[in-house]
Ligand binder design. Structure first.
Ligand SMILES: [Zn+2]
Length: 135
């Protein structure tokens, strides 16, 4: 007996997900560089981890500690962008991550991870940034 581990998405659902901008080249956790359809800036998009996965759209600049604080004060969510298993994945930073693992934290757990801010269209004020830690 063969078990289909990845069942096909019905055509109507695939079309709906594409039309609403929820699906990126098929449903995937692998983050992808794209152009924002509204302001035409380069962003990175991907689904966050389950449960309660959301589609995250982020600016590309890796935030410094100050940059994350400013982003949060602006009401923007922040995300970890991590190179994991040969691909880039985006994970929502919740209160314990923000407090316990700021962007400039030294150590192995942040070695292949950047902190990114939620994309806001036409935001012309760059946030304080650092060099990327992603190989
Ligand atoms: Zn935009």
């Amino acid at each position: 007996m063969t078990i289909n581990a990845t069942p096909k998405i019905p055509t109507w659902l695939r079309r709906h997900l594409a039309q609403t901008g929820t699906m990126i080249d098929g449903v995937t956790r692998s983050a992808r560089i794209q152009t924002c359809k509204t302001c035409h800036r380069t962003v990175i998009r991907g689904f966050t981890d389950e449960p309660c996965s959301i589609l995250a759209t982020c600016d590309l600049a890796p935030l410094s500690n100050l940059g994350e604080a400013v982003a949060l004060m602006q009401g923007r969510m922040t995300f970890d962008l991590t190179y994991r298993g040969g691909r880039l994945e985006i994970d929502l930073r919740e209160a314990d991550h923000i407090q316990g693992s700021p962007p400039e934290t030294p150590g192995w757990w942040r070695a292949k991870s950047d902190v990114l801010a939620e994309h806001r269209c036409n935001n012309n004020d760059p946030l304080p940034a650092i060099e990327s830690r992603i190989p």
